[in-house]
Design a protein around this ligand. Sequence first.
Ligand code: ADP
Length: 581
Amino acid sequence: MAQSILSGVLSFVAEGVIVCTSDGTITLVNPHASLLLDYTSDELTGKHVDDMLALTFDSSPLKPKERITYVLFTAEKVFTVPRDKVAYLTSRSGRKFPVFISARSFPVEGNMVGVLVFRDITNEKELEKYKNNTARRLSELTPFLQRAATGDFSIIPEIPYQEDEFTELLVGLRLMTEDLHEAKRITEEYSGRLEKQVEEKTQEIVQARIHTETIIENLTDGLLEYDDEFTLLRINRAAETLLGVDREEVVGKEILPKDTDKKHWQSIINVLHPALSSTARKVKYPMTRFNAEVSEITVQYPLERELQIITVPITERTTGKQQGFIKIVRDITREKSISRSKSEFISIAAHQLRTPLSAIKWTLHMVLNDNDGPLNAAQRELLHNGYETNEKMIQLVNDLLNVARIEEGRFGYDFKKGDIMSVIQNVIEFVKVPARERGIEIEMTSSKEGLPLFIFDTDKVTLALENLVDNAVKYTLAGGKVSLDASTRDEYLEIKVQDTGIGIPQKQINMLFTKFFRADNALHMQTSGSGLGLYLAKNIAMRHGGSLRVESKEGAGSVFFFRLPLQAERIPKGDISLDEM
Ligand code: ADP
């Protein structure tokens, strides 16, 4: 009963089980054992266990003391496979397969029996082999991977002749290595080229720098560069001479107004901080590209000199942040003295001329008024022409005197609240007669709501407008028209003087407001004229904080826009002249 339960249970076990008696006779075989050994249970039962199991350790047959029955019943030990060996069984059909095998002896009802358990481990062995192989292949790849990780792609993994599951990986790695190797070569070549280019460019920059340095050093104008804390970064030779300092002493130092104890730093301090110098004058200068500020100062050290200082802020190109300044210092002592002598000369000459011209004017006036007896028509015409010419001479002398005054800063202004409309009316009165004589119509318009009272110099504005309206009449042919309009525009009062006259040649328009300039077409039409009227008018507008602008087309007419600010705060404080605009 017990035997049949046992064999029933054993038939389910997925391992071969054989039971034998102490003399080695097989008494029980389960189906899995017969399957593995390729014998039926009956064929095995009653046979000697050591004979029926064709067992080897590795490929050697078992020695007598290794046999199952010896180990179990003589040595009375557990039968196992030595650690370093693999046991193989060969079936009746000759299939040799690795096995896990173990046997033990038990006493059953006073007799010792042996129980043998074995299992086909072909798959396990395959798996183990595969594992070992994989480990070996990976370990072979380690040096390659380690090198690749450091960017060294010089070793390319070999593809084994025989394909296995690693082949694809190796092919992939090989392709990748080759690609990386090539990429590295290209990168190295490129960086080599880049390095060369950088070197060449650096060389160019160094050359350009040397070039610039040489130019700066040899400029006749002084040049100073300093940061926004007034630390002097550079000074050229001309600046050293002009300001009486030595670069060794000043470069790298902060030049501050408080350093007044250093007597010989007086001029460099004045130049770096012109606003603090009592002699400083701000001037306007036609510098459009840079945000430059121009001023003039008089320095005493090492010689008394008049200096023009152009200050250019240096800003960081990308952020627009201010980094420091460059100052260009020009010695204008001689220029100033020549210009002074010139205006002094003009002023003296004009004064000298004014008295006799006035005398002539009154003499001619009296003669023309028949004070000394009647004149015949021819005499009258001659004297009248003389009178007219004398008037023009007086006008010229007055213009010259005014220009000289402007240049000497003596064109004294008297700013008062006034009524611009009455000024305009007076000016129209002034040109009415000559306009009528020449058959020119004069028209005046203004804003309906009236014009506000504001602060200006009546005499100067009258002079400016007289020049503009006089020109409009003078440069317009008979039958033409001169229109004046006064209106407020953007916090300014704008007086527009428009004519249908000869206009101004396009290419000469930007010369118009310079001293003594007369356009070609005007020279042909009007022989008399000083070329000073527009210069004076523009000066007067600018001195008020206003402007004078022209739009014109030759042959079609011109429009002059004379603007004055309505708010007194816009009137500049100091004296300025057109030469500096
Ligand atoms: P002047 O009239 O004495 O020559 P201005 O300084 O008043 O001197 O004018 C300078 C020049 O500008 C004139 O010679 C003339 O060429 C030109 N000009 C001024 N106003 C006009 C105008 N309304 N039409 C045409 N040309 C003008």
